[in-house]
Every structure is written in C-alpha cells, then in structure tokens.
Design a protein around this ligand. Structure first.
Ligand code: S3P
Length: 166
C-alpha cells in the first residue's frame, strides 16, 4: 500500500492531522521535519549554519526513506515544491493537499520560528511564497481545506485513503 503523504504550506496543520489520521488507520506516522531534527539538528540551525540547499538535500534523503517505510507522512512545506519532487512523490504515494490561506498562516505563524518566514512574517512574504507553491500543491490527488476541525479532517482523509489505496 502506497503511503499517505500530506503536503501543503507551513501552518496548514499537516503534523496534527497526519498524526490523527495515522492513529485512525493504525499505521506509523512520520513527520519529515521532526525526522530531520532527530537525525541532524534543529531546522533553524541547519538553515543558519549550512544553508537552504544543504537543508533540502537532507530533506530529500528523509523524504525518500519515509516513502520507503510507508504509513502516513507529513512533509515540510517546501519538500513537495522542490524540483522533480512532486512527480516522484505523486508516483510513490497517495498525496493530499491541506490547503490554507494567507490569513490562517499569519494567525498560526507565531507557534514557532520558521526560517523562510522569519519571526514576524508579513502578508506579502506569505502571499508570495503561497502563490509560487500552490500550482504544485494543486497536483495532489485530493485537496482538503485545512480550516476545519483536525479530527474531522483526519477522519475524512482516512476514509478517502482506505478507498483510494485499494
Ligand atoms: C519549510 C517548511 C517547514 C520546514 C522548513 C522549510 C518550507 O515545515 O520544513 O522550515 O520551505 O515551507 P512546515 O511546513 O512543517 O512548517
């Protein structure tokens, strides 16, 4: 069974929904950001000391390993938008886009520092990044608005996946 892969912008709730969905399905859950931090260093530190290209290289390795191990995978917001990544991930997994608007990103962005947004992201910055990435996220096999209750979203995803994966 191909893994269920959650993609979408920062602050869409991929980790929360992914974890709930994995529990509901009774399969393992992997968050690629957590995995990078477990294997290497905090993401903020990787960006600061090694730069984004090196972070993306480590991310590619972690995504590849996650796709091989299966279950539910929550990707960091930029992973699916890297060159060649969407084609590969769409072929190897069932991909769900948790769609979120700039408003919601700005509301939630304070929960931790994300290097690409900085400590106090502006609407312009969020919109610019969102516009660049949405055409890629839109290639997902299913799109869900990420505004709803995480448990309800996880439930919908689990039902879709159980049907789609057959
Ligand atoms: C990034 C998103 C982050 C993390 C890194 C880069 C991005 O993950 O991978 O800061 O390029 O959008 P979340 O989407 O889990 O915040």
């Amino acid at each position: 069974m191909k893994p269920l892969v959650l993609v979408g912008f920062m602050c869409a709730g991929k980790t929360t929904v992914g974890r709930l969905c994995a529990q509901r399905l009774g399969v393992p859950f992997i968050d690629t950001d957590d995995e990078i931090e477990r294997l290497h260093a905090p993401i903020e530190e990787l960006f600061a000391t090694r730069g984004e290209p090196e972070f993306r290289r480590l991310e590619r390795e972690v995504v590849d390993a996650a796709l091989r191990s299966g279950g539910v995978i929550a990707l960091g917001g930029g992973a699916f938008a890297q060159p060649g990544a969407a084609d590969e991930i769409l072929a190897r997994g069932r991909v769900a886009w948790l769609r979120v608007g700039a408003e919601r990103v700005l509301e939630r962005a304070g929960d931790r520092v994300r290097p690409l947004l900085g400590a106090d992201p502006t609407r312009e910055r969020v919109t610019e990044l969102l516009l660049g990435r949405e055409p890629l996220y839109a290639r997902a096999h299913i799109v869900l608005d990420a505004d709803g209750d995480p448990l309800a979203l996880a439930e919908r995803l689990a039902v879709w996946y159980a049907g789609a994966a057959r």
